[in-house]
Structures are given as structure tokens and as C-alpha cells.
Design a protein around this ligand. Structure first.
Ligand code: SF4
Length: 250
């Protein structure tokens, strides 16, 4: 598996789930490298914004920001090695995240099978951008899918970021929650059109303010919470940003 590198090892860490329907639950995060999108505000750009790529990021121009050298941000490990690290935390909720982890679907199935080999009651969540429909082995093994389709505010082309057939396929599994990153009222209109187009049930929708700092979150959170009340959608804050800020490995 190709994982995000952190220091001498992989970006695998024990924390609290900071977003979505499991917010606050202790979990081990396993961050995979690589993504098939390159959103302008992505907070895990070390998984895709490599030297030599043409992608833009809103941090371009910030003093000290530069594209990443692959050898600094990618580490390869077997599923058994990853399972060994995960077991060491003694926590049986695991969040498979990225990047786009479904680019390595077969390795994820192997990892989940490896961990469940001890007969314990593991819970596996995946965080995915909703552009890839996984196969039966993966869908059988995963407990919960946190699907985050990208809106126009990501600056990705609609053709790349929106796959209504994939979203419909994920919705009918009954395991998917659909979490949208919202900046302003235009995003809400876009979300409602997409829900209709992909047949996503409103009770499975979570709206979350965009922001990598408390100041930016606060700018949108109050307004968005009130809009969620009006519209009947769930609201999610970004707990990890409030507790630990824009840092890796927490
Ligand atoms: S899909 Fe997610 S990980 Fe990939 S670029 Fe967009 S925000 Fe980042």
C-alpha cells in the first residue's frame, strides 16, 4: 500500500473522528497517498500535490509553501505491516482516509481481512470523494462510508468531481453518509440539485463548513448551522481543527 509518510513512518495515528456522523469517536486513522482529484482548498495536499504536477493550491504563494517531493511524503508498506501498527493502538474503529483511498481498493480489503483475522469486532469507516464505486468484497467488509462529493468551490471540473451513477450506487448500500463542504449559499443550491440527480436521501446528508482554522470555520459555522436547522440536514463541525488546528498526525 502507498501511505502518506510522516517522519520516518506512515501517517497512522490514534485520535477522535473529527467530522461527520461518528464525530467524537476514538479511531485510528490510516492515511493513504494519492488522489484522483486536486481540490484547491485540500487540507491533505501532501497526498497528491507532488513536484512536477501542474495542480494549483490555495496555499501557492504562501511563504514557505512548495509542492512535495514524493520521497518525503509517500511510504510503501504491506497490509500486514499496516495491520500491525493499527493493532498497537488498541482501538478497533479504523478510518481509512486519504487522498482517495479507493484508488487502492484491493489493498484495503486485504487490510480489513487481516485485522478481522483476530475475530474481534472491528469497525471500518472510509472517507471517499464519491467518484469510485467499490466492488462487492469491499462493500461487504466496510462498516460505514463517509462520502464527500466535491462542489464547484473545489475548482475541479464537474466531469471529474461528480459521478451521479457512483453516488446512486453508494446510496443504495445503506452504508453511506454524504458530507458536503460548504462555503456559502451557492453551495446549498448546488447540493440540492445533486441530491435530486443522484437520488441521495436527505436524511443521509451532512453539511460542514470549510476551513482549516477556527477563524475561518467560525465565519461559516453559525450561518450554516442555522441553514441546516431550516433545511433538515445534519450539521458537522470540524472537531479536530478546533482541538488541534491545521496539523498532521492528530
Ligand atoms: S478529493 Fe479530498 S483528498 Fe482529494 S484533493 Fe479533494 S479534498 Fe483533497
Amino acid at each position: 500500500m502507498k501511505l502518506a509518510r510522516l517522519g520516518d513512518g506512515a501517517e497512522i495515528f490514534h485520535t477522535l473522528q473529527g467530522e461527520g456522523v461518528s464525530v467524537g469517536a476514538p479511531a485510528v486513522f490510516v492515511r493513504l497517498s494519492h488522489c484522483n482529484l486536486h481540490c484547491i482548498w485540500c487540507d491533505t495536499d501532501h497526498t497528491w500535490n507532488f513536484e512536477g504536477t501542474p495542480w494549483k493550491h490555495e496555499k501557492d504563494g504562501v511563504a514557505g509553501y512548495a509542492k512535495h517531493r514524493k520521497e518525503d511524503v509517500i511510504i510503501a508498506m504491506s497490509a500486514a505491516e499496516v495491520a500491525g501498527i493499527v493493532r498497537g493502538f488498541g482501538c478497533r474503529r479504523v478510518v481509512l482516509t486519504g487522498g482517495e483511498p479507493l484508488l487502492q481498493e484491493a489493498a484495503l480489503v486485504e487490510l480489513m481481512e487481516e485485522l478481522r483475522g483476530d475475530g474481534a469486532d472491528w469497525v471500518f469507516e472510509i472517507e471517499t470523494n464519491g467518484t469510485i464505486l467499490p466492488g462487492a468484497d469491499f462493500l461487504g467488509a466496510i462498516s460505514q462510508m463517509n462520502v464527500s462529493p466535491k462542489l464547484a468551490n473545489s475548482r475541479m471540473s464537474e466531469e471529474l468531481r461528480l459521478k451521479p451513477m457512483v453516488l446512486s450506487g453508494l446510496a443504495v448500500t445503506g452504508k453511506a453518509w454524504f458530507k458536503f463542504v460548504v462555503r456559502d449559499e451557492r453551495d446549498i443550491g448546488e447540493i440540492r440539485v445533486l441530491l435530486e440527480r443522484a437520488g441521495i436521501p436527505e436524511e443521509r446528508v451532512i453539511l460542514m463548513p470549510e476551513g482549516r482554522t477556527v477563524e475561518v470555520l467560525d465565519h461559516t459555522a453559525q450561518w450554516l448551522a442555522e441553514r441546516c436547522q431550516d433545511l433538515g440536514f445534519r450539521f458537522s463541525d470540524r472537531l479536530h481543527v478546533r482541538l488541534w488546528g491545521d496539523r498532521r498526525g492528530v
